[in-house]
Ligand binder design. Structure first.
Ligand SMILES: Cc1cc2nc3c(=O)[nH]c(=O)nc-3n(C[C@H](O)[C@H](O)[C@H](O)COP(=O)(O)OP(=O)(O)OC[C@H]3O[C@@H](n4cnc5c(N)ncnc54)[C@H](O)[C@@H]3O)c2cc1C
Length: 462
């Protein structure tokens, strides 16, 4: 028999997960479908993880509105979920008179638009505080409330919260066919399973156009934009610990150099339109652009060891703003084109989705009693289990280090494997624990961690 849900959310990226979490607060039968075996394995896994206030998004757009709200909600709600936030601040630098003019204008505009905590700094002040920048800085825009956060634990926290509060999370469940019915839609996956929904919310990210097309809608098309990155080893943090941008040009926001919540320094992303949405190649040209950005902004980073290189893919469309398209006569809501800011805006988007569907599609129902969840805090600056005498006294597995680069214990890997939503792949386990994220990239600990993973999946016979 086909199971019927009030709402089916397609896609467990950071956006779909945040929507499912918000919907779990109501007496509704909700399913979250994910094509992949793990959540957050597409656009949401390869971003800069900046939690941004929104002043660098175009004024008057839906994107600006939802980033501003998403930032506010994240700051208020993330700590209770165990998610770390570091307000490192962000600085946009000018070295030429033309850039100085642009930066001064951007500060003025941000202040006029209500962002009072955006300041103009003179070059001398900048170099006194951050001597790592290339000499000759004329001025800068200083944004003290810009923050870094954990890009992997965030969708995890949203999915875990949603599931704990009643959402059915189905994975891998790739929607390959949909059919309009009297009450809404039936959705089929590639194994021949079907479910029914009174309302479908398409949060398919990089593939949202394909999901819309299944239902006969074609309001936008994807223009995937690749972003290549370099992750510098932790010693780079002693040199550089602030989010730094060049002055943007009319065509590019430029490559940033920023600390990560895990204690590294990230250089990137490039911005390249590519034909193939799965083309996450790292190229010679991309790496050269990243090196040039280091030389131009923080030359002393040039010879820091590189831990890894990778590329993410922005789910951009042929429109510049978000594509949140209600078609309630058709029982379908598209939430797409969340290109460069979805990590920050996800909770703003989720609240906006609620405002669209209540009471238009469903009566606004009373909020249920919410069961709280907490995910492990993986920040470098937090007290890690190996440094907690209480945790170790209660369970010595937290003192048995398995990943020496990141100082991750057997206890943490074991806990992740035994969690309500266990990682379905070794890469997901990496994102859930930070194990194998360090300088050796799993060279020394990989085999032992793989054995723990295999044993957890297959039992003692593995
Ligand atoms: C290089 C780069 C840098 C960025 N930097 C930042 C930043 O610093 N700060 C910030 O706020 N944002 C940033 N972003 C943006 C942010 O990462 C994205 O906006 C966000 O991840 C989009 O999430 P999503 O859930 O819409 O899409 P996705 O993460 O792509 O999720 C969509 C999900 O839908 C699933 N799906 C697709 N088709 C189907 C189907 N048929 N059936 C079932 N499931 C399906 C996919 O498997 C996927 O898991 C950056 C993005 C990139 C790429």
């Amino acid at each position: 028999m086909t199971t019927h849900f009030d709402i089916v959310v397609v896609g467990a990226g950071v956006v779909g997960s945040a929507i499912a979490r918000d919907l779990s607060r109501y007496e509704l039968k909700v399913a979250l479908l994910e094509a992949d075996a793990d959540f957050g394995n597409e656009s949401s896994k390869g971003n800069s993880a900046l939690m941004t206030e929104g002043h660098d998004t175009p004024a008057g757009t839906l994107e600006r509105q939802l980033v501003v709200r998403g930032y506010q909600r994240y700051m208020a709600e993330a700590p209770a979920l165990g998610l770390p936030i570091r307000k490192t601040g962000a600085i946009m630098l000018a070295w030429t008179p033309g850039q100085r003019e642009t930066v001064s204008r951007l500060v003025h505009e941000a202040n006029k638009e209500g962002f009072e905590n955006v300041y103009l700094m003179e070059g001398r002040e900048v170099l006194d505080q951050w001597p790592q920048f290339r000499p000759g800085v004329l001025c800068a825009q200083w944004m003290p409330d810009e923050a870094i956060a954990d890009p992997f634990s965030t969708p995890y926290a949203y999915v875990l919260d949603a599931v704990t509060n009643g959402v059915e999370y189905l994975r891998p469940w790739r929607v390959v066919c949909v059919e309009r019915t009297g009450y809404g839609w039936t959705l089929d996956n590639d194994r021949g399973d079907s479910i029914a929904a009174s309302l479908v919310i398409n949060a398919g990210g990089l593939r949202a156009d394909q999901v819309d097309e299944l239902a006969g809608f074609s309001d936008f098309w994807m223009k995937p934009r690749r972003g290549q990155y370099m992750v510098l080893d932790k010693q780079a943090r002693a040199v550089h610990d602030v989010i730094a941008y060049p002055t943007p040009t009319p065509t590019s926001r430029g490559i940033l150099i920023a600390p990560t919540i895990f204690g590294n320094v990230l250089v990137g992303p490039t911005a390249e339109e590519v034909e193939d949405r799965d083309d996450r190649a790292v190229t010679e040209e991309g790496l050269a652009a990243l090196r040039a950005a280091m030389d131009a902004m923080v030359p002393s980073l040039r010879y820091m060891p590189v831990n890894t290189i990778y590329a993410g893919m922005r789910p951009a469309t042929n429109h510049s703003d978000y594509q949140i398209i209600p078609r309630f006569n058709e029982k379908w809501l598209t939430v797409a084109g969340i290109r460069s800011t979805g990590f920050s805006s996800a909770l703003g988007i989720a609240e906006y989705v609620e405002s669209l569907i209540f009471p238009t599609v469903f009566d606004r129902l009373p909020v249920k009693v919410v069961r709280g969840v907490k995910v492990p805090d993986l920040a470098e600056t937090s007290v890690r289990p190996w440094a907690s005498p209480e945790l170790i006294a209660a369970d010595p597995a937290y003192a048995e280090i398995i990943c020496h680069c990141e100082r991750i214990s057997v206890g943490e890997v074991r806990d992740a494997l035994a969690s309500t939503i266990p990682p379905a792949s070794i890469k997901a386990l990496k994102r859930r624990t930070r194990a194998m994220f360090g300088r050796c990239q799993g060279f020394y600990c990989g085999a032992r961690i793989q054995a723990m993973f295999d044993q957890a999946r297959n039992g003692d016979d593995a």
